[in-house]
Write a new protein. Structure first.
Length: 239
């Protein structure tokens, strides 16, 4: 109980410092790590509703920033942010209890205008983590605002749909596949286009039906389904 009370006091003060700009001289990635480290404490105090509410406020602060420089190679007590993030993802899979605030911090670095390595870590190297991503206080639209341009990741997304991914991971994968095939701003090589269409053709019928009427997700991470496929979508997807 004392640990939880002390942690809430610390997080509450940190939240106030963020709002007041007191810690502006500290690199944002260091600020972020300080908060994320609290999810790795023994006894998992992040599960306390009061602690979760304060952590959620801090998450909203970081999510409101236009961008976060995650590139510094050295952080106090950490080899790099990537190494810390690896431990953070491992902790979520082991003892994160599908917590939505923890999930929000986990998803924060996976936006497509951040380094590919963070998405690969979650979707390839620690793919088992995806089944625990069931809810998040971070709106998925935050991570989906930028266009995925990596061909290997597009293959990962469409094959995950074929293999029956569920939870938030399913909506992330479906968004990227639909956007790749329908957004005119996305550069599509003929080989990659044919490959994505080929994998999509192997997906279960339910997935095929869903991508045809996919309308995105709202701020509550709820899916918007269209009444019918937009003109040309069926042809563009090769269905």
């Amino acid at each position: 109980e004392m640990v939880e009370t002390d942690l809430q006091t610390y997080l509450r003060s940190f939240r106030d410092f963020l709002s007041a700009g007191v810690v502006d001289r500290i690199p944002v990635v260091e600020q972020l790590v300080h908060v994320m480290m609290t999810f790795l404490l023994p006894s998992r105090p992040f599960l306390n509703p009061q602690t979760a509410a304060i952590s959620g406020d801090i998450l909203s602060h970081f999510a409101a920033l236009p961008t976060i420089d995650l590139s510094p190679s050295h952080l106090p007590g950490q080899a790099s942010f990537y190494d810390f993030y690896n431990s953070f993802v491992e902790g979520f899979a082991a003892e994160g209890y599908c917590d939505p605030v923890y999930a929000g911090f986990l998803l924060l670095p996976t936006r497509c205008n951040y380094a590919l390595s963070y998405r690969r870590l979650l979707w390839v190297e620690r793919v088992e983590t995806l089944r625990f991503l069931r809810s998040s206080t971070l709106p998925l639209n935050y991570t989906l605002s930028a266009i995925e341009t990596d061909a290997d990741m597009m293959t990962v997304y469409v094959t995950s749909l074929k293999n029956g991914i569920s939870g938030l991971g399913k909506w992330v994968a479906m968004h990227h596949v639909v956007r790749f095939l329908t957004d005119e701003r996305v550069k599509k090589g003929d080989g990659l286009l044919d490959m994505i269409r080929g994998w999509l053709a192997l997906c279960p019928d339910q997935i095929k039906d869903e991508v045809l009427v996919w309308g995105g997700v709202d701020e509550r991470n709820e899916v918007r389904w269209l009444e019918k496929p937009p003109p040309g979508r069926r042809e563009m997807m090769g269905l």
